[in-house]
Design a protein around this ligand. Structure first.
Ligand SMILES: [Zn+2]
Length: 67
């Protein structure tokens, strides 16, 4: 299974829902659809901005604690 590798940050991809970098392609044939291994997000929208990802991550972790 293809796993996103980080090389110098440029190829880093983050989940727009939880900010996790643990996302992977659902199917190699449909490479534009990503699946987040942490929150279960699935879609073609991903972010590559590390600062934004960290913000989303913090919000997500807070929302987990509040439950
Ligand atoms: Zn996620």
């Amino acid at each position: 299974m293809p796993v996103i590798l980080h090389k110098g940050g440029r190829l880093a991809r983050y989940c727009p829902k939880c900010g996790s970098a643990r996302i992977k392609w659902v199917l190699p044939q449909i490479w534009s659809i990503y699946n987040c291994m942490e929150c279960g997000y699935r879609g073609s929208l991903i972010i590559d901005d590390k600062k934004l990802a960290e913000k989303i991550r913090q919000k997500f972790l807070k929302s987990l604690k509040n439950k």
